[in-house]
Design a protein around this ligand. Structure first.
Ligand code: UDP
Length: 327
């Protein structure tokens, strides 16, 4: 298959691209490189530096490449930032996303896998969260992703677009070649490992007075390779025109609290990790844990790496590589 990966120079996109190429697909990465890294794009992938808002350029790129399908991962993805700067989140995740959909329609590309988020559920009434649960986002990031999911449904009905939205819980870990490197970094696991590596003095824990077992927020961490595998399975499942589906993508179980992540990082790295409890971060729901039964049933997806220690070990090993960019 000829697959376009938007955001393919990013953390998850680069792992998805690697897997697609290993599976024998042809890949065109489209990325504006605002946050992505060109050196994270597989050597065998084609690359185009285009912003999704440039609809005509995207249409041309899709046509020239002969795209069969798109995996749309390019997005702004920080909950906290979305609360203070909703404009950016509606622009990048809705307006630019619609530009991509219009380009797909114009280039007659009818299949899309979309990177959505657990943030579409807001502060859910029950755990684990099922796809049939109410979607009431508590921050602009989740609201914008949900708006795009809705657009996919309407584009499906009107233009025959076939879509699968994958609602990511917390992507984590690394492969031997790719890992997480955002600038600025805001995600818990890379920050904690930075402290362990001596690159930051301490980790700030955003609130320990939540209604959770130890008072800190609970999240469902999923290894980036397991997450990426769901995309290749979803690609195969995209067939009927007009069908829009959504799947949760997490490991399930009971999730891990911020404190449990810190404890695991101390075990894995063998170093002390100074921490300080500060105010809650705006927009953070106390618990987000997935039921991934639907994707297991429909697509046969199963996570291979569910243990937090194992996930952290892969991230730590990647960070320790001599060629790691922060060295
Ligand atoms: N978190 C924290 N300190 C940090 C970064 C994150 O306590 O420096 C918490 C955050 O409040 C959330 C969890 O760690 O409960 C995971 O946050 P992250 O930003 O990694 O992912 P998110 O859940 O926002 O997608």
């Amino acid at each position: 298959m000829r697959v376009v990966v938007t955001g393919g120079a990013g953390y998850i996109g680069s792992v998805v691209t690697d897997q697609l190429i290993a599976d024998g697909h042809e890949v065109l990465v489209i990325d504006n490189l605002v946050k992505g890294h060109l050196d994270a794009v597989h050597d065998s992938a084609q690359f185009a530096e285009i912003d999704l808002i440039e609809c005509d350029n995207i249409t041309n790129a899709l046509g020239e490449f002969g795209a069969d399908a798109v995996i749309h991962m390019a997005a702004a993805s920080l909950v906290g930032e979305s609360v203070t700067n909703p404009s950016k989140y509606y622009q990048e995740n809705v307006v630019a996303g619609l530009s991509l959909l219009d380009a797909m329609r114009d280039a007659s590309v009818t299949r899309i896998v979309f990177s959505s988020t657990a943030a579409v559920y807001g502060d859910p009434e029950k755990q684990p969260i099922e796809e049939t649960d109410a979607t009431t986002p508590t921050n602009p990031y989740g609201a914008a992703k949900l708006a795009f999911e809705h657009a996919l449904r309407w584009y499906g009905q009107a233009y025959g677009l076939s879509s699968i939205s994958l609602r990511y819980f917390n992507a984590a870990g690394a492969t031997t070649r790719r890992g997480e490197r955002h600038d600025p970094e805001t995600h818990l696991i890379p920050l904690v490992l930075d402290v362990a590596a001596g690159r930051r003095p301490e980790i700030l824990v955003f609130g320990d007075d939540y209604d959770t077992p130890d008072g800190t927020c609970v999240r469902d961490y999923i290894h980036v390779e397991d997450l990426a595998r769901a995309h290749t399975l979803a690609l195969q499942a995209l067939d009927a025109p007009g069908v829009a589906r959504s799947y949760n993508l997490g490991c399930g179980g009971t999730g891990y609290s911020v404190r449990q992540v810190l404890d695991a990082a101390i075990r894995v790295t063998g170093t002390d990790i100074p921490m300080r409890v500060v105010e809650r971060r705006a927009g953070d729901p106390p618990v987000l844990v997935a039921s991934s039964q639907r994707i297991a049933q429909d697509l046969g997806w199963q996570p291979q790496r569910q243990e937090l220690d194992e996930i952290l070990t892969t991230a730590w090993q990647w960070m320790q590589q001599p060629a790691h960019p922060s060295r």
